[in-house]
Design a protein around this ligand. Structure first.
Ligand SMILES: [Zn+2]
Length: 482
């Protein structure tokens, strides 16, 4: 149904409702389509007794009329305007003159209350941009931004029991390159977002929150960033600090990969087929071996980082589960290696191509096993074993990693504390990754936010399930404190 048939087929009372009007309150009401594909609504409200805002005397003495044009974007395909002669009354007692109450707008606004509500609601979506919304509601981008500033000012949420901390590169403010994000682990709501992650700024921020509220935080989850640990220890006195397990594993994965790249580069040879053929057989075999090593490390390195989980694929219309590394999987001919192989065989080649890589991958598997098999009770004992393995490694980079594990030992052990949630689980920062992605979406849609309070409100409004708009415009001074 298009807008025209919609307009035709609903009866007058329904139309009045769309304009927030009751039949008894109006003298006349008329819809006029214009030549420019616009819709004009001409309306006159009934004259009635009004209460003087000064002395509360009742009066129906009319002073004059002021013509008003109000944008009322009811239909996305047509700009719609309400034309109405706003009546001004005069109080006979105190002499004050004032506008009649009208159902369309707040005081002097030129955009209807319903339009304002609809415009603001659009920003519940992280992907909405000021310019798209402006086009949809037939108002200027500047007006949309002003409406947003006037109606949205979201207070920070109460600190939750389980608090996730992270930084985000989305906004450059002052001298800080990162903003700091606080997320409720259970509800996924963004508790607050700050323009800096510097220690002094964070201490000052938490200091302003009543101690009683801060004492309610039980777990603080973050990556290996000392500032967060120090701030949590000082400002959230009852909290235990948890290091996110994915950051710990990702750090090790990076180190293993550096070893993989070193081995790969050592095996790089540039030689033509002709030159290769001219070599003596033992030298030739050696070069071919190097080429194969380089090839598998370049092309199949992902096999050493795979998580050994069952994967799903569709075959003949059926979804079947399989392990990528199942030795019984079908073998396919590989031209570079001149052999039939499956992923299990390729994994074996990657794993055994150099003793350094074998050792690094073994250590990594050891840490993965630690996370899979430990509980809060035995995590300390198991972690000590893992640290010993790393300390005894022949690889300097892996020995260095032992110090990382030692440095964050408490936080790693705390990551096994079971949290109070309907499904048994432990605390990780996995949800914050998703929040950060949405924050980047908002940043991208913002045409370069330069005003921090607006950026902050935009994020809290879109990412908090319970955030609401202010029905009446917020007074300027009030907005500046936030
Ligand atoms: Zn009066």
């Amino acid at each position: 149904m298009n807008d025209d048939t919609l307009t035709m087929s609903i009866c007058r009372d329904d139309i009045l409702q769309l304009f927030n009007l009751e039949a008894k309150r109006i003298d006349s009401f008329e819809i006029r389509p214009t030549l420019f594909n616009e819709l004009e609504i001409h309306v006159k409200l009934s004259r009635c007794y009004q209460t003087c805002p000064c002395c509360h005397n009742k009066t129906n003495t009319v002073k004059d009329y002021v013509p008003k044009k109000i944008t009322h974007s009811l239909l996305h395909s047509k700009p719609t305007y309400i034309f109405y002669n706003a009546r001004r009354y005069r109080c006979k007692i105190c002499g004050k003159s004032f506008y009649e109450e009208n159902p369309f707008t707040h005081e002097k606004a030129r955009i209807s209350a319903l339009t304002v509500y609809n415009v603001i609601e659009e920003f519940k979506s992280p992907r909405a941009t000021f310019s798209d919304v402006a086009a949809r509601y037939h108002i200027s981008t500047t007006s949309v931004i002003n409406l947003f500033d006037q109606h949205v000012s979201v207070a920070r949420k109460t600190l939750p029991r389980y608090l996730c901390l992270d930084e985000n590169y989305a906004f450059k403010y002052d001298k800080s390159n990162y903003c700091f994000v606080l997320v409720d682990l259970l509800t996924k709501d963004v508790v607050d977002i700050l323009p800096s992650r510097k220690k002094l700024d964070l201490l000052r921020y938490f200091e302003a929150i009543p101690l009683e509220e801060r004492e309610g935080v039980e777990l603080v989850v973050s990556d290996c960033w000392k500032t967060y640990r120090d701030v949590a220890k000082k400002m959230l006195p009852n909290s235990k600090f948890v290091v996110d397990k994915y950051h710990i594993l990702a750090d090790l994965t990076k180190r293993v990969d550096r070893i993989r790249i070193d081995v790969m580069n050592e095996n790089y040879v540039k030689i033509s087929a002709k030159e290769l053929d001219a070599l003596p057989p033992d030298k030739k075999a050696e070069i071919i071996q190097k080429k194969h090593t380089y090839y598998v490390l370049k092309k199949f390195n992902w096999l050493i980082h795979t998580n050994h989980k069952k994967k799903k694929k569709r075959e003949n219309g059926k979804i079947i589960e399989y392990y990528a590394l199942d030795p019984n999987n079908e073998k396919k001919y590989n031209y570079a290696l001149s052999k039939f192989l499956n992923f299990y065989d390729l994994y074996d080649l990657v794993y055994h191509c150099d003793p350094r890589l074998t050792e690094a991958v073994e250590l990594k598997e050891s840490l993965v096993r630690f996370y899979k098999q430990s509980t809060y009770k035995n995590a300390k004992h198991n972690l000590d074993e893992v640290i010993k393995e790393f300390e005894e490694s022949t690889l300097p980079d892996m020995r260095k990693y032992a110090s990382t594990l030692k440095e964050w030992k408490k936080g790693i052990i705390h990551s096994f504390i079971p949290i109070d949630s309907p499904v048994p689980r432990t605390a990780t920062n996995a949800i914050i990754e998703n929040r950060n992605k949405l924050i980047k979406d908002i940043k991208r849609g913002g045409n370069g936010f330069r005003c921090w309070p607006r950026f902050r409100n935009r994020i809290l409004f879109a990412l908090n399930s319970e955030s609401t708009m202010h029905l009446n415009p917020i007074k300027k001074e009030k907005q500046q404190d936030t």
